[in-house]
Design a protein. Structure first.
Length: 611
């Protein structure tokens, strides 16, 4: 509304006055903002000197404690006072310093210690003029190790990190002393038995007095509350896993997209742990070492389940992409899954760094140690890095994939998975071999699945009583049927008389079957062998066996009629100028190629496919 009015006001002014009006407006806004900043400065903690820091802490801590006692800690005034109180304290050595219960404990401890000190000694704290005149960088509270030191970077005075870390010890030393200015209840003892902002103090006060009695560092009601919360948390986690398994079992027959039961369970568990920790932090409000133990345990638990969730999410996304890429066929592992694991591992590592910082542990010494021992670490993880790099090289090279049959060295096996460290191979004996990627990448790997066709070679031995014309007729007939078979590649089809062996003629048959699958190859080879044996029978030839078997078995002689028929057929080839040696004519090869029906019309597989 104000902008609209200003625009209308400027539109009715002459153009030469518009610039002056804009300058006046900018000056007015600057003055208003400066006044606002000045007002805010009056409410900020003054930490320019030890005296100002001490006075600011006492002032703002009294406001925070009063709001805490009145169960109004969530109000903006209380939050502002808490922020200003923490500005006077260096919490860098305090674990879980982001938690309200932790910082409130330090505020109450320091306030109780100061309340037991002599006001005269506190009044001797140097002011800004004394600091500048004497060039002071620190000031120690009388007869204590409590130190207010100057920050090297900003020049501001705060209670030092060691002082804040040692407050519980100093409280135990001065807790028996009375308060100097007024007799009142010990605020820290009230803090120990009081609940956090989530629970009402009236509820705790209504319990029997025995529930507020301290057992160790905590009152009885806090021990009971912790046990109840831990039992409920464990029960909820078990229920989440059970529901996740049931989800996956129910949608198992559906697409892989629906198998999100584990992810949903992990998300629910992370939420449950966050709620449980919130109840412990802001409800039960346990303190001291017990809180540090439970806080660290829950933080580690949250880190574990969040890491599990991150890795499961990356694997789920990779599985979906792999599922789509392979047209609905489930693939156990792929380059996408490996990259997903790497991305998940890096994300978890970054999360781990944040968790370490959140727990109050400085990561700078760790990084410095890694820098000094970088060479030793590099040498130690060299085999691991070799396996990872070689694993990625196997994927990038594309020489092998999951599910392919390969010959590596003198062994045969099917690739089951290529991981970050090793490759797993299922052998023909169904055993599982694990080979490090650095070793497997240097092997000579023969990928049998990448063959565009399969080679079939056999050597047939025929009895030496076979006539030359029978031998020629057998070669031609076998060559013809091989060219006619639709599953055989026409080039080359090799059927040759290759020599004379011991009491036998040797015929070499070499063809290439147009298939990749081993089962299909065996079926086609079986059909080809039956066709060859049929031609052997038609010519009247007989296979040759060992000399001892021929002598003992009394094999029948080769039929003379078959010999004569073979002689007549060969003579007819000569008469017609169609002698098929060394090979058929190109026209004849073209006419007879792929003229046999395979599989046969009566084959069960053909009937099933037509049905």
């Amino acid at each position: 509304m104000l902008t609209r009015v200003w625009r209308h006001y400027c539109s009715v002014l002459p153009s030469k006055f518009r610039l002056i009006s804009w300058l006046n407006l900018m000056m007015l806004l600057w003055l208003c903002s400066a006044q606002a900043l000045a007002n805010n400065e009056q409410h900020l903690a003054d930490i320019r000197s030890p005296k100002a820091t001490l006075a600011s802490f006492v002032h703002f801590s009294d406001i925070v404690i009063q709001h805490w006692l009145n169960e109004q800690l969530s109000q903006s005034e209380a939050q502002h006072a808490l922020e200003q109180t923490l500005r006077t304290m260096d919490l860098s050595l305090v674990a879980n310093r982001a938690r309200t219960v932790v910082v409130m404990e330090r505020v109450v401890l320091l306030r109780e210690i100061i309340a037991r000190m002599d006001p005269a000694s506190l009044a001797d704290a140097p002011n800004v003029a004394e600091v500048n005149r004497n060039e002071l960088t620190s000031w120690r509270l009388s007869q204590t190790d409590l130190l207010i030191s100057q920050s090297a970077s900003h020049g501001q005075f705060r209670f030092s990190a060691n002082t804040v870390a040692q407050l519980p010890r100093w409280y135990r030393q001065v807790s028996a002393l009375p308060h100097v200015q007024e007799e009142r209840a010990d605020l820290y003892q009230i803090f120990l038995v009081s609940p956090g902002p989530l629970f009402s103090k009236q509820l705790i006060d209504s319990l029997p007095s025995s529930f507020s009695q301290l057992y160790g560092p905590l009152p009885a009601w806090q021990w009971l509350a912790i046990l109840l919360v831990m039992f409920s948390c464990k029960l909820c986690i078990q229920v989440c896993f059970m529901l996740g398994r049931r989800w996956n079992d129910r949608w198992q027959q559906k697409s892989i997209k629906w198998k999100v039961g584990k992810l949903l369970a992990l998300v629910a568990i992370v939420i449950i742990l966050a709620v449980t920790r919130r109840v412990i932090d802001d409800g039960i409000w346990i303190t001291g070492q017990v809180y540090q133990f439970f806080s660290s345990s829950f933080l580690i638990g949250q880190f574990f389940f969040i890491s599990w969730l991150i890795m499961a999410t990356f694997n789920y996304i990779a599985a979906i992409l792999v599922f789509k890429k392979h047209q609905g066929r489930h693939v156990d592992s792929s380059l996408l899954i490996v990259l997903a694991r790497i991305a998940g591992g890096l994300t978890i590592a970054l999360l781990g760094i944040y968790v370490i910082e959140f727990m109050g542990v400085s990561i700078s010494p760790i990084l410095a140690g890694l820098g000094v021992g970088g060479l030793a670490v590099a040498l130690a993880i060299r085999p691991v890095l070799e396996n990872v790099i070689n694993g990625l090289t196997l994927y990038a090279d594309g020489g092998i994939k999951i599910g392919e049959l390969c010959r590596y060295g003198d062994n045969l096996g099917t690739i089951e998975s290529i991981g970050l460290r090793s490759t797993r191979i299922r052998t023909l004996e169904r055993s599982l071999i694990t080979i490090p990627n650095s070793e497997f990448a240097n092997m000579e790997v023969d990928n049998l699945e990448r063959r565009d066709k399969r080679r079939m070679e056999h050597v047939f031995r025929f009895r030496s009583e076979l006539s030359q014309d029978q031998l020629r007729l057998l070669l031609v007939n076998v060559r013809r049927v091989l060219l006619q078979h639709p599953m055989l590649d026409e080039d080359p089809v090799r059927v040759r008389f290759m020599g004379v062996g011991e009491f036998a003629y040797l015929i070499n048959v070499v063809v290439y079957i147009k298939c990749r699958d081993t089962e299909e190859f065996m079926a086609v080879q079986e059909d080809v062998l039956f066709m060859v044996m049929r031609q052997v029978e038609l010519v009247g030839a007989q296979l040759a066996f060992s000399n001892q078997y021929q002598f003992a078995g009394k094999l029948a002689a080769i039929d003379a009629q078959h010999k004569q028929k073979a002689t007549d057929t060969v003579q007819q080839w000569h008469d017609n100028h169609n002698f098929p040696f060394p090979d058929f004519s190109a026209e004849y090869r073209y006419e007879i190629t792929d003229t046999i029906i395979y599989p046969a019309n009566t084959a069960a597989t053909r009937q099933k496919s037509q049905g």
